[in-house]
Each structure stands twice: as structure tokens, then as C-alpha cells.
Design a protein around this ligand. Structure first.
Ligand code: FE2
Length: 377
């Protein structure tokens, strides 16, 4: 089946998110249906304790990483619900669509980084096609929807991922501080890839190991904006325990066999002290920076949040807690330009990592290069 048939029933191509030791294949349906995925002759289901899910339009199917990387293709099967009843539920016939999958491999790794799109889809997608085809790895680094006030706002995430990768390349998703706002924020695990509900996790694609960290909100929990609805301080404490566990488990994580490249992905650049009232959690962020610098030793850290494009080297004024490596801020939605002049612009970051050289090229929706830096990995 071609995507043209598939897209009657789905809003976008599938998106293949790397989480822990698996890929989570997400498809965004237009109607009530049930989904399963076949990889290498084995079927994996979107289910809840043996019950095929149909009540949510986003379907997530977890498949083992090595199986998909070996098979290099997968088939999405689905069956539409006519009426779901306690007995004799009526459904349509099974339909399916197959997709190729190209894992991260080889010495040259091309990443495209997008953050802070704040609901924009079209210009970030055009920017993300900088390489003329999907990057080897797409990173969606927070604040992709403007907030989580409506379920359909999550669509922007999967539409950008599906449109750029066509379901054929891995994607990494990380939550931003605006994603924590709105009445559906507590349901993020139903609409985005997470590790058993946690928005922080490690992942592996080819020889690249990565950790997604999540600072949660950017102000203290008692800030009036949140109306007593957040406990991000508690959340960060749990995340600190997770980070310590990753460090203890190094041989299965960043020091595992075959790992040559290490990346830290976090919406908020926590190695920097932001101006008040955003200067929160200094002790926690100093400790995270120390663990990252002394134990994980990444060659690059990818961030967003500041609506700018810049490369910030260790020891520079931006480096308050001791960076392990250059920190790339790689997403500018030019919101002011849109508001004042109606011009839709978006800049993201194309990262070309070959051997021990990393080139960061900031590019816009026309493919124009707006800045470039190269450094040793
Ligand atoms: Fe942000």
C-alpha cells in the first residue's frame, strides 16, 4: 500500500522514536482503529494488558531495537472499529502499509535538530529537509506544541517527525517546559514516546548513545503561572536518582560495547544560570553538569529553549557549571517576526559528525545556512 492510501486513515507517516533498548513506532490515526506492527516475522501490538487499544488516536508500538535494525523494514497493520461493544464488536478488514527503515550506521552521522517550533509544522519540516532527504537522526527537542491544552496539539510532534523521516529514520523526542502546561500535560505518556512514562531516558542508535534529560518547568513550582499544579522539584529529584543509576550502569549505557559517540539532549541548557526568575535548581543543575562532565563525557550537548542558534564552548561566559563539551542551542522559531510582520521563519541545526570532527550548521526553511561552527569531538 502506498502512503496515499495510508494517509486516509493516518494524519502522517509513522515516526520511529528511539527510547531505551527499543524503538517506539508511533502512528497518528484519523479515526478509531487498532494497530500492530510486524518486524522480522514477529508481531508487536499497541495494547493494554492484552486489550488492543482504540480509544486514542495516537498509537504506540514498541519493537526491539536490534530486531528492527536487522530487518530494516516494518509493516503497520490496522483494523478500523465500526462499533466497540462488550460482545461481538464490529470491525473492518485488516489493512497494512510497509515502510523501509534505515538505521544509523557508518562513520558519517547527519543529525537535524529542531526545538521550540511552538505549533509550527511547515517551516520546521522545510528546515529539517536541509540534507535533501531525511537526516540519519532527527531530534525534536521540546516546545514543539505551544502547550498541552488540547490533545491535537501533540499532532505537531508526529507530523514533523513523519514528514521529515517518512517513517524510515529514527527520531529522538525530548519534552520542553511549554509541554508541561495545559490540561493534557499530565497525559504526555499517552501522546509522546516515554520510557515507561518517564520523559527522561537513554537511547542508542548505531554507535551513538544518548541521554534525554528533562528540566520540567523553568521557574519555581510556586510561580503564579502554574496555579499550584506542578511539582517539578520532586520530579527533578527522581531524575537525579535516574542519572546516578545511569552512571552506575555505565557498562550497559554510555560505556557499552560499540558506543563511539555520546550526546546529551535537554530542552533547557542546564549548564547555564539563567536570569531571574529562571535561575532555579542551581545545586541540582551543578550536580547534573558534574555527572555529565566527569562520568558520561559527551562530545556534544543539544538544547533549545532560548529561541536562538549558537554554539557555546566550555569555559565561555555561558558555561556556569562546567560544561563537558560544546552546548549547541539549535532552534529559533522567530515568533516576533511572525507576530509583527506575519513572516513564518524557522531556523534549526544540521549537525554533521564525521570521525572526530563535528560541524554545526544553522539553517532555515529555505535551506540557507545562517551560521556554522566546526569543532573536535
Ligand atoms: Fe522552552
Amino acid at each position: 500500500m502506498e502512503f496515499n492510501d495510508f494517509k486516509e486513515d493516518f494524519k502522517a507517516y509513522p515516526a520511529v522514536y528511539a527510547v531505551a533498548d527499543n524503538y517506539q513506532i508511533c502512528v497518528l490515526a484519523t479515526c478509531e482503529l487498532m494497530v500492530w506492527v510486524e518486524v522480522g516475522g514477529e508481531c508487536f501490538y499497541d495494547e493494554s494488558n492484552g486489550i488492543l487499544r482504540s480509544s486514542k488516536l495516537l498509537h504506540k508500538v514498541e519493537v526491539p531495537r536490534e530486531l528492527l535494525e536487522t530487518a530494516r523494514e516494518y509493516t503497520v497493520y490496522y483494523r478500523k472499529i465500526i462499533e466497540r461493544k462488550p460482545y461481538f464488536t464490529e470491525t473492518e478488514d485488516v489493512r497494512s502499509a510497509s515502510f523501509a527503515f534505515r538505521p544509523v550506521e557508518g562513520d558519517r552521522l547527519r543529525i537535524y535538530h529542531i526545538s521550540d517550533t511552538h505549533n509550527k509544522v511547515e517551516t520546521p519540516v522545510r528546515a529539517g529537509m536541509y540534507f535533501g532527504e531525511s537526516p540519519d537522526l532527527l531530534v525534536l527537542n521540546g516546545d514543539i506544541p505551544n502547550h498541552s491544552g488540547k490533545i491535537e496539539y501533540f499532532d505537531a510532534i508526529h507530523k514533523i517527525a513523519g514528514e521529515i523521516t517518512k517513517g524510515e529514520r529514527p527520531v529522538v523526542f525530548s519534552r520542553g517546559n511549554h509541554d508541561t502546561r495545559g490540561i493534557y500535560a499530565e497525559h504526555i505518556a499517552d501522546y509522546t514516546p516515554t520510557d515507561r512514562g518517564n520523559s527522561y531516558y537513554t537511547f542508542r542508535v548505531g554507535d551513538l548513545w544518548g541521554i534525554v534529560l528533562d528540566c520540567g518547568e523553568d521557574k519555581t513550582d510556586d510561580h503564579a503561572e502554574y496555579g499550584n499544579t506542578v511539582c517539578c522539584s520532586y520530579f527533578r529529584k527522581k531524575e537525579t536518582r535516574f542519572l546516578e543509576q545511569v552512571v552506575r550502569n555505565a557498562e550497559c549505557e554510555h560505556a557499552a560495547e560499540g558506543v563511539k559517540r555520546r550526546v546529551v539532549i535537554c530542552h533547557v541548557p542546564f549548564t547555564h544560570i539563567h536570569k531571574p526568575p529562571f535561575d532555579i535548581e542551581q545545586e541540582t543543575y551543578a550536580y547534573w553538569s558534574k555527572l555529565v562532565r566527569e562520568e558520561i563525557k559527551p562530545q556534544i550537548m543539544l538544547c533549545g529553549h532560548l529561541h536562538q542558534t549558537s554554539v557555546n564552548y566550555p569555559g565561555e561566559p555561558f558555561d556556569d557549571f562546567g560544561q563537558a563539551c560544546p552546548v549547541v542551542i539549535g532552534g529559533n522559531p522567530h515568533l516576533q517576526l511572525k507576530k509583527e510582520q506575519g513572516i513564518d521563519r524557522y531556523e534549526g541545526a544540521a549537525i554533521i559528525w564525521e570521525g572526530n570532527r563535528i560541524t554545526v550548521r544553522f539553517t532555515d526553511e529555505t535551506g540557507a545556512v545562517t551560521g556554522e561552527e566546526t569543532f573536535d569531538a
